[in-house]
Design a protein around this ligand. Structure first.
Ligand SMILES: [Zn+2]
Ligand SMILES: [Zn+2]
Length: 660
């Protein structure tokens, strides 16, 4: 055997552990990419929130890929022929020492160039792997005591039994494509979400069927009490098989197909709200088929109104209502302070963030519905006249190019009011929505093909006339006429189908004035120098970049910037790949996004000026997550700054973070 080959083999053997160590970072992105494809097949399950979970879900579908490619590549060389080598080294001690020194130097320089990658990766892996553990028994007892103070009959075991039963009923209603049986248990936005998701699936010619659904465990995850509502979060761990099947299949055939799908575990946090002071029923179970207010027969019809006493059954005034379904991460995070909230509450004491956020979800789902169908009329009762005409023009522009937007498996990660701005005539509420969808811009009528799941961070700006008060009786029933309380009809008129009141001018309820990506909004907020709407504080920002979905979003934005000039060269690709590795984002998805229609990105590229600055700010925060900016990260930042036209601003920005 030739000596040089032997040396080479030895080098590989010794370098093996180093490769494996760095390569072990890969296993995260591997497993998260496989879980990503898992969620893309099951993301449409009732909540759809599993598709939001994207990278996050790796925490439970976790370490299956730990047999990393790195270590195995070293193994063939260290195989059965190892013995003669050992004899060789014993026979040549000086040579062996020199060789060890050489290998050490090589390893050092290797580790140095990749060490920072590892530390950035580790920071993200730790954050992603951070399981929100169950609350202590003491915390739970404190929550139960707090609820019992005004509702002595509240019983936790009974409540959790009800949640479990509702969970299974919702899954069944979803699979069966008929939500009527659970309508009374859902807030209007939650109902709208399920309805739009079902209809979008139907428009694709498929329906989602689940089999072997089982709740593995559930426990309370948090209690929040405001003057308007009590919110009780329940963390549910469940498993199921699911499949998207052609609508034409018979129920038996569909079930057959679902049964062949793999059994997948998933976690969801269900948030229930009700008015403070609501009393639990002694028997613990809502009388089915009866109005919770007057006891008259009530079949849970689409309106949600009792025909006898007029009570709005899903307002939260009679029982817990399912207001939101999220991934555990968001539900656990502490609420941010909302600038301008106290000032507005002084004039409108019944104003509640729960209702405002439910209304925003409702607007979001109507918007997804309208965008997917190319029918802006679906927003007629919910958006300002100006918003509607912009949306109409935008969709007409797409259609004139024979294009349509597709949103598959849209899912909301979180909805949070960020700021309230009170003007003399109008009040604006800026609400952040983190969501995701497999989206694309495709020729009208064409099959969407393979689409990347794109995480998004948008600000929906709601407006209402100054002096308007929140109607407490409607509570979580947010899809109603603000004048007469009738459910919003399906007509494309901006008026109430029942009483004729104008609904799109904000005279009765919040309407959508703008919907835009976070950077676009941040740019506007800064250029208008409105302090209330200023971009979030750096601390909140750090928590944000620790979120896997947010990192994915930033990486896609980088890809969008690279693709903006029509081609992505090798250097740009290498940079994107490096970022993907460091940030724990599967690169295949980036590549998929790069090969999509460039129109997909048109709304993602940060606009010049403050929007671009906000984006660069986020990139610095990402680089800094391990406490330092290394050489490669600095090069990445310089590249991005050049792309954004911010080269002169970068030193100033770095200085702000204490970096020279
Ligand atoms: Zn009634
Ligand atoms: Zn009306």
């Amino acid at each position: 055997m030739n000596r040089r080959a032997l040396l080479f083999a030895l080098l590989l053997t010794l370098a093996g552990p180093a490769i494996a160590r760095v390569g072990s970072g890969q296993h995260y992105s591997h497993s998260s990419s496989s879980s990503g494809s898992r969620s893309s097949s099951s993301g449409s399950r009732s909540s759809g929130s599993s598709s939001w979970s994207g990278g996050r879900s790796s925490s439970w579908s976790g370490s299956s890929g730990s047999s990393s490619s790195g270590s195995s590549s070293g193994i063939p060389y260290s195989g059965p022929s190892a013995d003669p080598w050992i004899l060789f080294f014993f026979g040549h001690p000086l040579f062996t020492l020199a060789l060890i020194g050489l290998v050490f130097v090589a390893w050092r320089s290797y580790a140095r160039s990749f060490g920072a990658t590892a530390s950035t990766q580790r920071a993200f892996e730790e954050a992603d792997g951070r399981e929100v553990g169950p609350p202590s028994a003491r915390e739970v007892t404190a929550w139960v005591d707090a609820l019992r103070a005004s509702d002595p009959d509240f019983d936790l075991v009974t409540f959790l039994d009800q949640v479990k039963a509702l969970f299974l009923r919702v899954q069944a209603a979803w699979s069966g494509g008929d939500l009527a049986p659970v309508r009374r248990d859902l807030s209007d936005a939650t109902f709208q979400r399920f309805r739009v998701q079902l209809e979008l699936l139907r428009a694709q010619g498929v329906r989602n069927v689940t089999a072997d659904m089982a709740v593995l465990d559930l426990h309370p995850a948090g209690l929040e009490r405001t003057s308007a509502f009590d919110t009780l979060d329940v963390r549910i761990r469940a498993q199921a098989r699911d499949a998207d099947v052609p609508v034409a299949l018979s129920p038996e055939q569909a079930m057959e197909k679902a049964r062949r799908a793999p059994l997948e575990p998933f976690v969801e946090v269900w948030s229930f709200v009700r008015r403070p002071g609501t009393r639990s029923r002694k028997d613990g179970v809502l009388p089915a088929g009866k109005c919770p207010n007057c006891g008259a027969p009530f079949d849970g019809g689409a309106a949600g109104n009792c025909g006898y006493c007029g009570a709005i059954v899903n307002s939260g005034a009679y029982d817990w209502v399912l207001a939101e379904i999220t991934q555990g991460v968001e539900a656990g995070s502490a609420p941010l302070e909302v600038p301008g909230l106290d000032a507005l509450r002084a004039e409108d004491p019944a104003l509640s963030l729960e209702v405002l956020e439910d209304r925003t979800s409702l607007l979001f789902w109507a918007w997804i519905d309208g965008e997917s169908r190319g029918e802006p009329g679906r927003m007629a009762k919910l958006g300002t006249a100006e918003f509607l005409s912009e949306m109409t023009a935008d969709l007409a522009g797409l259609r004139s190019r024979n294009r349509a937007r597709v949103f598959l498996q849209a899912a909301v990660g979180s909805v949070a009011v960020r700021a309230i701005e009170s003007g003399p005539a109008t009040v604006l509420a800026h609400v952040e929505i983190r969501w995701s969808a497999r989206m694309g811009v495709v020729p009208v009528g064409a099959s969407p093909g393979t689409l990347a799941t794109l995480p998004q961070r948008w600000i929906f700006t709601l407006s209402r006339k100054a002096g308007v008060k929140t109607d407490q009786a409607r509570g979580m029933a947010t899809a109603r006429c603000g004048n007469c309380g009738a459910p919003l009809g399906d007509s494309v008129q901006p008026t109430c189908d029942h009483c004729g009141a104008t609904l799109n001018d904000g005279a009765h309820d919040w309407v959508l004035a703008r919907s835009e990506p976070f950077e676009v909004w941040a740019a506007r907020a800064r250029s208008e120098a409105a302090p209330a709407a200023a971009a979030p504080a750096p601390r909140a920002g750090r928590d944000t970049v620790l979120d896997a979905a947010e990192r994915q979003r930033l990486l896609y934005t980088m890809a969008a910037m690279a693709a903006a000039d029509g081609k992505v060269d090798d250097r740009e690709k290498r940079m994107l790949k490096l970022c993907a590795e460091r940030w724990g984002v599967p690169y295949e998805n980036v590549e998929m996004a790069l090969s999509a229609d460039p129109a997909l990105f048109e709304r993602l590229v940060p606009p010049p000026g403050p929007g671009a600055e906000a984006f660069l700010h986020s990139l610095v925060q990402i680089a800094l997550v391990d406490g330092k900016v290394d050489r490669q990260e600095r090069r990445m930042l310089e590249g991005a700054a050049a792309r954004l036209g911010l080269t002169p601003k970068l030193p100033e920005l770095l200085a702000r973070f204490g970096l020279g």
